[in-house]
Design a protein around this ligand. Sequence first.
Ligand SMILES: Cc1cc2nc3c(=O)[nH]c(=O)nc-3n(C[C@H](O)[C@H](O)[C@H](O)COP(=O)(O)OP(=O)(O)OC[C@H]3O[C@@H](n4cnc5c(N)ncnc54)[C@H](O)[C@@H]3O)c2cc1C
Length: 469
Amino acid sequence: MPVADPGVAAALRSIVGDRHVLDGPDDMASYANGFRYGGGRARLVVLPADTAQVAAILRHCHLNGVQVVPQGANTGLVGASVPDATGTQVVLSLRRLTGRFDLDRANRAVTLSAGWDLDRLNERLEANGLWFPVDISASPSVGGMIATNAGGSRVLRYGDVRHNVLGVEAVLPDGTVTADLRGLRKNSAGLDLKQLFIGTGGSFGIVTGAVLNLLPRPRQTATALVVPRDSRTVNDLLTLCEDQAGEFLSAFESITGPALSAALHHRPQLRNPFGGPVPDECILVELMSATGGESGLNLDALLMRVLEQGYDSGVIADAVPGSPADLWGLRHAISEGLRGLGRVIGLDVSLPRGRVTDFRRAAGDWLRGHHPDLLICGFGHRGDGGDHFNLVIPKDRDTDFPPEKVSAIRQALYRLLVEDFGGSYSAEHGIGPVNLSFHQSFADPVQQHFSRLIQRHLDPDGLLGRVRW
Ligand SMILES: Cc1cc2nc3c(=O)[nH]c(=O)nc-3n(C[C@H](O)[C@H](O)[C@H](O)COP(=O)(O)OP(=O)(O)OC[C@H]3O[C@@H](n4cnc5c(N)ncnc54)[C@H](O)[C@@H]3O)c2cc1C
């Protein structure tokens, strides 16, 4: 393959300075491998410090035919933040873009650079009694969360990232900067341009800044692990929690027995809340309020009343109250626990809430019939219809599952999901090399047509990002 623009390294060095262009294999290794999937070879890694430098880099690459892959914290799970194997793509890391942090207390919003990560953002907000209510067991960057329209455990209550972005600054593939950082909470004056950059994996532009909606920090949290009488009663349990706890219900996370066992096995220091054998499925129910106990609101008491009603109505078989730290500790240990068992085939799906259990059952039946060796370790954001229907290839069977076989398994399950259950094959991880072909098989043709039109217009040579719609 001919190498576009042999002078690219010198050009990028002149924009960001020598120290911020990496070209040694060791220096570039962590930027070239994805968290779960994808690993390639970068031509260079460039780390700009501000929007003007991002614009100058894109302008140069656009004019000289150089492919660019934007990268935030590199926690994405669809292989879209890392270069392919050709060694021709430049990774543009946004990690140094942290110069701006303007808190507007009156607007309950922050305007910040895209390189801020979730943990540091929430640490900084703590002193002001505020938080950004996206909960993910990783610490992604603001730009990456916007590009993937991240979800997390509290979408049920607060919505996904799309619902919490008030404005975006972005650099288009040719280096043009577009910005609306006014922080308006409503605006009905025509097209909402920021939506172009939310959930589109950097394919239409690089997010360099944003205005985020903030919320008063929770001052009370009550949690329990609840065992539904059987999987058919999970929908009734969700309805009961919403009816009885109203807007205080902030998470409703399903954890199947194999997923819980994997977490406990992987981190023996975690306490098994059930003492002995774990149930087939349990639900982490969380209530949260920004109102303190002095108001008379007592969330622990409210949760107890919800659980009593659940026992009385036959929806709940068992319930174990526990501290938020302990129960979320278990929930957040699952991903690592599954990796400890073997190679993970992650399916990040969403369905209308009432259909999750039926999909799990149908997919489980199909898998037991066709691939009985795969471990089914589902868990996820059941309260918003999300499910990480994850499969694990046991270590001693790894060679029996080459990539084409894994791809055929995904194709069969996504077909079932989309055609029989009306679900989505990417609930919150976005689109990347791992799932692009399924998107092309199953997405609405009109949506695909418009995506291609926009991409062709903004980036006719297809130089930005890993996704060609
Ligand atoms: C343990 C673990 C748990 C997770 N749990 C969840 C979960 O519950 N919910 C959830 O939604 N996600 C979850 N994720 C996935 C991941 O954290 C999100 O996809 C996250 O939003 C990615 O952000 P990032 O900064 O790491 O982006 P990256 O991984 O660096 O990039 C992701 C995509 O965004 C693009 N991109 C990155 N920065 C920019 C930018 N500034 N402008 C334009 N494009 C950009 C990249 O090109 C790529 O397409 C989890 C990941 C891990 C490792």
